[in-house]
Design a protein around this ligand. Structure first.
Ligand SMILES: [Zn+2]
Ligand SMILES: [Zn+2]
Length: 422
């Protein structure tokens, strides 16, 4: 017995070191080091690509549903009849690096892209995909909790820095009072960020500064909030905290995606999510797990989990009624113990196709296939290239500090001359 233990001890030390070497090797391979980095940077300067494909790669079409096991952003051509849904954020307001707040990106074979919610932290995951930000100009907000709209201003500014030269549009619900609606939210943010917006206007394309608010009645039932280019997006009410929370459906080319937002199980979702190919709905932590997760007492956890949100058994009941081709649950943190508690609950009430979403889970949808994978992204990904149209877009209203502040420039430094205009 003693010998065995000794052997196990030595073996585990060897495995530990082997893993360490393997990880170090991987790290060096991914990041490069020293001269290698400089050489790579020079190569990138000379082979400046106009798309956002990793150097040396071209996006390829997927034949007969043979998807690679992992999704590498910008390496796959989306089929003309295909939809790709990426969970950018699936967690809670109190984020972890593995689970930021709620956001979904939907990309269509016609080239359109839509964001459903943009909760705090989701922006880094969006940037990790190196998308074309000139096309990311539409956000559909389910409600105005920070874990659903907290990165909206971040997206507005960072998207404007990284390729968007046209206005950004936000579609969101009214509230029970005007100051609780999406328009008031955006106007308040614009006031709060007045200094930031003033510094960037002139340096960045003029039209990219604009935010266009499309506020709609939160009570409307399955009414159209957006329709263009063969895409129809509808909203219906959700039951969550206060009036002014909604769910959305997106229909295009015979495919239907439903984004639930945050909601207690409600009759509208059961009615209007029917026929969804992919139906996403919150699947919150069950009371005991939530109490342990937050350190709350069971009373508060039960109230939040079963009165404000939908716990796993409730999610399962909803999906048993809706019967989508794929049910997607989100709004938790998928630690092993949480995951086990969620699965226990869901499988008591639902036995159909299921994906519990994690950040950067990718779902490809055609009429024949639904493929669920994880994306592989890097920690230090470069922002995507901007287009020629972005570079040429008019910039006026140049600004600089006042005379007093400029008079404080230190004479000991002279900046290099500006490059000549081409
Ligand atoms: Zn909420
Ligand atoms: Zn939420």
């Amino acid at each position: 017995m003693k010998v065995k233990l000794k052997f196990l001890g030595i073996a585990s030390i060897i495995i530990f070191f082997a893993m360490g070497i393997h990880l170090v090797g991987q790290h060096a391979a991914r990041t490069g080091s020293g001269f290698e980095i400089i050489k790579q940077a020079r190569a990138q300067e000379t082979v400046q690509t106009n798309d956002n494909t990793p150097l040396g790669r071209k996006p390829v079409a997927i034949v007969n549903g043979q998807y690679p096991a992992s999704y590498f952003p910008n390496t796959e051509l989306l089929g003309a009849d295909e939809m790709r849904i990426t969970a950018l954020g699936t967690g809670m307001p109190n984020q972890t690096r593995a689970a930021v707040s709620i956001s979904y990106l939907v990309e269509l074979g016609n080239g359109d892209k839509f964001l459903f919610d943009i909760g705090s932290g989701a922006l880094a995951n969006l940037f990790s995909l190196r998308p074309d930000f000139s096309k990311l100009d539409k956000v559909f907000a389910s409600h105005l909790h920070v874990d659903h709209v907290g990165d909206f201003m971040g997206l507005h500014i960072a998207g404007w820095l990284s390729g968007r030269y046209t206005p950004i549009h936000i579609y969101g619900p009214s509230g029970s009072k005007p100051d609780l609606g999406t328009r008031a939210f955006v106007e308040g943010m614009q006031k709060g960020y007045a200094w930031d917006l003033a510094t960037r206007s002139g340096a960045l394309p003029d039209k990219g500064a604009q935010i266009v608010v499309h506020e709609f009645d939160y009570k409307q039932e399955n009414e159209i909030v957006y329709q263009a280019n063969g895409v129809t997006i509808r909203s219906w009410p959700a039951i969550h905290s206060l009036d002014g929370s909604v769910s959305f459906s997106l229909e295009w080319n015979g495919l239907k995606y439903v984004f639930g937002g945050d909601t207690y199980p409600n009759k509208w979702y059961i009615k209007y999510a029917t026929d969804a190919d992919v139906a996403s709905h919150e699947c919150f932590l069950p009371p005991k797990t939530l109490a342990a997760y937050f350190g709350w007492d069971l009373g508060q956890a039960t109230y939040v989990s079963t009165r404000i949100h939908s716990e796993p058994q409730a999610f399962g009941k909803v999906m048993s009624a809706v019967k989508p081709r794929l049910a997607v649950g989100y709004h938790s943190v998928q630690s092993p113990e949480n995951n086990a508690a969620i699965m226990d609950g869901v499988r008591k009430t639902y036995d159909g196709p299921l994906a519990l979403a994690r950040d950067l889970m990718v779902i490809n949808v055609t009429k024949k296939i639904i493929k669920v994978r994880m994306a592989t992204v890097d920690e230090y990904v470069l922002p995507p290239d901007v287009t020629q149209a972005y570079k040429k877009a008019p910039r006026t209203d140049k600004k600089q500090p006042g005379k007093h502040i400029l008079s404080g420039k230190w004479e000991g430094y002279t900046p290099p001359p500006m490059p000549k205009k081409k």
